[in-house]
Design a protein around this ligand. Structure first.
Ligand code: F58
Length: 831
């Protein structure tokens, strides 16, 4: 186990952490060379870029180390209430720059590297980003732990150290091909493994009842186990000297397991056990919304939850801690349903292992957990078949049954024997097979349930969990998402950050509402000119990146129109594509002169879940349209479609600051929040968007004049479904739409082959679950307003500045304050 009580110190230097090296260039150079020599085992003259990157990373770590150790000690000493964030995903992005920024070492490090004759840019480029998440949900977790550290809130982020993160996307003939993301190949300088603190995690087996002094109790006799090895990561606060911890678990074989096999001489079998165990943390499931119900995924979930709960109870809490006081000490925040299995695990520990009465344990659980929901799509709500759950975690299934039984009794007490309602609210659903509804379990167990934007939270109450919100009227709340201004303004857009600091002074990075001060500057022509120059410079920078990366060229003077997010039908990349094909078709057919087009470059970035057929076809179509449009001289180079493969956090940091127009065009009522929308607005892009997710709040803040709204509202969508939606009617009645779809269907983008994209076209015509055709006319109309607005560059820039000025609300620091006020009730840590 981790030593929680430090041994008595004898040497004077041993009573406190070794102090940080001096923050001078000389001090930095010296430390860097020490690391290069002693940790990498090379001399500077012989070192590779990889060696240099590692030594630089170690050096940055060295500066953070004393603070990290102090914070861990402080947390042990004060036992202040903290947040355990349980998340299966953390989409961290590169660490080097962020950690330099947090520790105020950016300039010192550049100068030190220069003195060593090293280009620090090359070292930056050497870092492989940890892609331990799929998209919004994982990136949100990364923003949140950054904000908590910056706000000095004690926090441990718990998750999984996947050996392979989100797949690398490549295109072969325009089609997505997935490659494994072997991000650990060269090692990882940012992690601290603690194999000595490994825990055994049990699975399978059976339960039995036994007599405990006259009471019949149940206990679990598990069948097999793996070990969970913690890897710690530093999470430094921005300029506040705080360093929190992210603890990710890696799976391995238990030694008893392979020893037994080894002794019996079956070496093959011993190795098989090893491989089997390591599988659990081998790879991130690349699903973006539809959980597949795979056994390994449930193993992953239980693996990290069990390790985390036990780690907290055994290693973070002091020995002999009175569990009755746990709610004063911790809140476990469940990032979606993926960690909900922590609930029955917590109950099992309290009741079976610590001998607590069920009711007392349940009362604690209902104070110590809270649940964040990130979706509205019914197919995205996780369920686990009772078969599978019972096989893997038989005792947990019993516990879930009992939770459900007692919950349904309460429901009966309140609503009477309304069997329909009972069936609807049961944690166990009976069709199509008996399964556990994880969102219901989370809702019953959690002290609070929150959605991630106002509209989403309201729909969650009214549409997804209406019976529950009636039963628990005070449980439901909203916390609108946010993004960290450190990574997404300071690091991603240094030119804008400098301009803001010049206008407003320092301090806005941790108090983003101060951006309001830019409103006045929006009226200053000189400021507008400088803001426009920043945007232009960011476009040039992006252009270099895309040239270097993909040999793409971004033409000067184009409106940069960007849609980057996971590929999903509800997000409607198809709507964007129909706009592009419409513009092309108008010119190709001679109805519009190329010279009348507003020059635009469209940038897509999107990964499709490997098993999501329609999404992959849409990727193929985007690439195919791009090939034709980019090559057709009829357009005189006025439209360009660029789809750089493998969109990730690193690319986002280059694309977002360059964008003029942000595409947030999901069908109303489908996107829970979106966070890309916030990043774009904060970097001075204007949004074209539907009344969905956090777009609603963005528009309210920036004002209708600075936002291109289109499409049906959520109630209008509902009404159209109720009337009967027939997409083919929209096709027949809209000439532009018909021509665009006919052009695709004709094989114009598939070398004459009409079959390739037929499934997309017939889906749109006869099904169109996400009402692409219904919103098409309104979208095209809004795009025409965009074109018109872009003619007046100065007015556009003014709008862009107002977007930045009015979006300070979307800092994840504010999200954290809302969680603290509405859910966690953690006091700020003493300075
Ligand atoms: C996203 N969900 C929402 N899920 O779609 C987005 O609106 C929201 O802004 C964001 O969460 C943060 O709240 C999301 O990213 C996943 O990626 C899951 C991964 C695991 C399988 C199920 C989907």
């Amino acid at each position: 186990a981790t030593p929680t009580q430090p041994r008595a110190a004898t040497h004077p230097l041993a009573i406190a952490p070794v102090p940080s090296p001096p923050s001078s260039v000389d001090g930095f150079v010296k430390q860097f060379l020490l690391n290069l020599n002693f940790d990498r085992g090379v001399a500077l003259s012989e070192s590779s870029v990889t060696d240099q990157y590692f030594a630089l990373a170690y050096t940055v770590r060295d500066y953070l180390m004393a603070r990290w150790l102090e914070d861990q000690k402080r947390q042990r000493d004060t036992q202040a209430k903290g947040v355990c964030y349980l998340s299966a995903e953390y989409l961290l992005g590169r660490q080097l720059d962020n950690n330099l920024l947090a520790s105020r070492l950016t300039d010192v490090a550049s100068e030190a590297m220069a003195q060593c004759g090293i280009d620090i840019e090359a070292l930056r480029a050497e870092e492989v980003e940890p892609g331990l998440g799929n998209g919004g949900l994982g990136r949100l977790a990364a923003c949140f732990i950054d904000s908590l550290a910056t706000m000095s809130v004690p926090n441990i982020g718990y998750g999984i150290r996947y050996e392979y993160g989100i797949f690398r996307q490549t295109f072969v003939d325009g089609q997505q091909v997935e490659q494994p993301d072997a991000w650990l190949t060269y090692g990882n300088p940012w992690e601290f493994p603690h194999p000595e603190a490994a825990q055994t995690i049990w699975f399978g087996g059976y339960t039995e009842t036994y007599d405990d002094g006259g009471v019949t109790r149940s206990r679990w006799i598990p069948g097999w186990s793996v070990v969970a090895v913690p890897y710690n990561y530093m999470v430094p606060g921005y300029h506040n000297g705080r360093v929190n911890t992210l603890r990710l678990w890696s799976a391995g074989a238990t030694s008893s397991f392979d020893l037994r096999e080894f002794n019996s001489g079956d070496y093959q079998e011993a190795v098989r056990a090893q491989v089997f165990a390591e599988n659990i943390s081998k790879v991130l499931y690349p699903e973006d919304s539809t959980p597949q119900g795979k056994e390994l995924r449930l193993q992953q979930q239980y693996f990290f939850c069990a390790a985390s709960i036990r780690d907290f109870l055994d290693n973070v809490l002091p020995e002999g801690f009175d569990l009755e006081r746990l709610p004063e000490r911790v809140i476990f925040q469940l990032n979606d349903t993926h960690p909900v299995i922590a609930v029955p695990e917590f109950m099992r520990i309290l009741v079976d292992e610590r001998g607590m009465e069920w009711d007392a344990a349940w009362a604690l659980t209902q104070q110590c957990f809270a649940y964040t929901c990130h979706t509205l799509l019914p197919e995205a709500l996780e369920v686990w078949s009772v078969d599978l759950l019972g096989r893997l975690l038989p005792r947990h299934l019993e516990i879930i049954y009992r939770i459900n039984e007692e919950f349904l009794l309460e429901v009966r007490e309140k609503f009477g024997d309304d069997e329909m309602r009972i069936r609807n609210m049961s944690i166990i659903s009976e069709f199509p097979q008996r399964s556990v509804r994880m969102a219901y379990l989370a809702t019953v167990a959690g002290a609070k349930v929150n959605g991630v934007a106002e509209l989403h939270s309201q729909l969650l109450r009214d549409k997804v969990l209406p019976d529950f919100s009636e039963f628990y009227p005070d449980k439901f709340t909203n916390v609108t998402n946010g993004v960290t201004p450190r990574r997404f303004i300071r690091l991603a857009n240094p030119a804008l950050a400098d301009l803001i600091t010049e206008a407003l002074g320092a301090g806005w990075t941790v108090d983003l509402e101060r951006l309001r001060g830019l409103e006045a500057h929006a009226e200053d022509p000189e400021f507008r000119a400088r803001f426009a120059e920043v945007k232009a410079a960011n476009k040039r920078r992006l252009s270099e990146v895309l040239w270097h990366r993909d040999r793409f060229e971004v033409s000067d003077g184009h409106l940069l129109d960007v849609m980057v997010k996971r590929l999903h039908e509800y997000k409607r990349q198809m709507l964007k594509l129909l706009h592009i094909v419409t513009l092309y078709e108008r010119v190709a057919s001679g109805r519009v002169a190329a010279s009348d087009l507003t020059p635009r470059t469209f940038i897509f970035g999107a990964k499709a879940a490997p098993g999501y057929d329609m999404a992959k076809r849409i990727i193929h179509l985007i690439n195919s349209v791009g090939s034709v449009v980019n090559a057709d001289p009829v357009l005189e180079g006025r439209l360009k479609v660029l789809f750089p493969p493998n969109y990730n956090v690193t690319l986002a940091e280059r694309v977002i600051p360059a964008a003029d127009l942000s595409e947030q065009i999901s069908l109303a009522g489908k996107e829970a929040s979106g966070t890309g929308n916030m990043k774009f607005a904060l970097n001075g892009a204007l949004t074209i968007g539907t009344d969905d997710g956090a777009n609603v709040e963005i528009r309210e803040l920036v004002g209708d004049d600075n936002f291109f709204l289109f499409g049906q509202t959520e109630p209008e969508v509902e009404a159209l479904w109720a009337r009967g939606y027939r997409p083919a009617e929209f096709y027949r009645e809209n000439d532009d739409l018909r021509r665009a779809m006919d052009l695709i269907a004709s094989g114009a983008f598939s070398g004459g082959d009409r079959s390739v994209f037929e499934p997309i076209m017939s889906n749109l015509l006869y099904d169109d679950r996400f009402m692409v055709l219904a919103d098409y006319a309104s979208y095209i109309d809004a795009q025409e307003r965009v074109d018109a607005a872009y003619q007046d560059q100065d007015a556009w820039t003014r709008s862009a500045i107002l977007n930045v000025a009015r979006c300070g609300f979307f800092s994840s620091d504010r999200s954290m304050r809302d969680y603290i006020d509405r859910i966690w009730h953690t006091p700020p840590a003493p300075a």
